[in-house]
Design a protein around this ligand. Structure first.
Ligand SMILES: *Cc1c(COP(=O)(O)O)cnc(C)c1O
Length: 171
């Protein structure tokens, strides 16, 4: 299943596992970034359009969540996110298909934001992961320096609830 999910999102030899939902996958992505970070007070920088599971993750894992206003088009604003990120940023978070409006953040630009502060980069494609391969948007592992991604088989993959997926570029 992980190999198949990797194929869908442009990741050769993927690491990861089938989770008990997108919420768990987002929690694990934040946990991995927090544990790999050397920051004393790690923070996560995300657009305000991020799914509410991210607030649960930040709360459970005791990391500072910096929600950044989206631009006028409702997408993450990379410049504003860059201003919110600093040396304590463990993770930059992007959304590839918001649940309510299907909005896809500028993923390569957000990967650059993460790279500029040495943070990891996570893409939440819980909802969009099975739709976006059929569009010309830039959102998958092949387009940008993405470390981890959430893709939910139970959303558009027609699998049983609560099957979620977490993919990672490296172990
Ligand atoms: C549904 C969803 C989640 C959470 O997934 P669950 O399987 O409900 O836990 C996270 N992010 C996005 C974008 C979603 O659509």
């Amino acid at each position: 299943t992980v190999a198949m999910l990797g194929e869908v999102v442009g990741l050769e030899a993927p690491h990861g596992y089938v989770t008990g939902g997108g919420t768990e996958a987002n929690i694990q992505a934040v946990r991995a970034a927090r544990n790999l970070s050397t920051a004393s007070e790690p923070n996560v920088v995300a657009p305000e359009s991020a799914h509410f599971s991210l607030e649960k993750a930040a709360n459970l894992l005791d990391v500072d969540l910096r929600l950044v206003a989206t631009g006028p088009d409702g997408h993450a604003d990379p410049e504003a996110m860059a201003r919110a990120a600093d040396a304590e940023t463990a993770l930059v978070f992007g959304v590839a298909g918001s649940t309510e409006c299907g909005r896809v953040d500028p993923i390569p630009a957000l990967a650059d934001v993460a790279d500029s502060v040495g943070a990891r980069f996570h893409v939440d494609a819980a909802f969009g992961g099975f739709l976006l391969p059929f569009t010309d948007r830039e959102w998958h592992f092949g387009h940008a320096g993405i470390d981890t991604m959430t893709i939910d088989p139970h959303k558009v993959g027609r699998a049983a609830v609560p099957a979620g997926g977490l993919l990672a570029r490296s172990s």
